[in-house]
Design a protein around this ligand. Sequence first.
Ligand SMILES: [Fe+2]
Length: 290
Amino acid sequence: MTLAVTPLSPVFGARIDGVDLGHLDDATFDQLYAAWLKHHVLVLRDQTISDPQFEAFSAHLGTLDPPPNQGAGRKSPPGFPNLYVISNKKDPAGEPVGALGDGEASWHTDMSYLQDPPAASMLISRILPAWGGDTYFCSMPAALASLPAALRARIASLSIKHDGTYDSGGNIRKGMQANDDPSTSAGTLHPAIIAHPESGVKSLYLGRRRNAYVAGLPLQDSEALLDGLWSYAALPENTYCHKWRIGDVVLWDNRTTMHRRDAFDPASERTMHRSQIKAKGALNRTLMTS
Ligand SMILES: [Fe+2]
């Protein structure tokens, strides 16, 4: 296969043409993987692949990470426990068949409340709504580069607590208690600046804003510092908006990007299947001092 790489923006992201993810040889995969490390977000359109093919391609990137159990069972397509359904559809009993509903999802990195957050996530669009539901990505190496030097220096040795209480839709995660005090809520500390375990590229690492907390600071100072950092997190020139078509596969690096989603028409169905790849190397062993 001849792999064509077209940048999506001057900063990050690339569209890949000439690739059928259902029939991928090793040499083409190696090119695809290198493009992913370089561009952080890859878009592949018109992929008519089945769930087994989507799962097989995903497993090429690393160890599959099964979806979280959200209390009503895992939201997986029948027969594919490693895949996750992102959908607002409900079954005849009124139970959602997938996660996240039809609301907006705010900027976040997937599952950064874990000690070793996933390396990669990818979505394939199966059913699209009448309107809305665009997915936005932002570049966190670009966010880091945009910080004033004094602010970058200030956070070089700081860690941020990534809250485990709420998901990106604002729902309380299974087994957690509501807690809106960032200084006491459950979560995991990560360096404010991380280096990519494979490429070494440095990123600002924020996870999500809600209940975030800069370790060791009075809450008021932590809030002010985080507000300052977040003001650089998704500058328009460092973001890409993906408008979905059926059969789009979007693969992102969870260490160098954040993403968010617009709300969409609640009267129509939007269904995506997602896979996730486990961490490759611990983020808190890659703390950099610059
Ligand atoms: Fe997400």
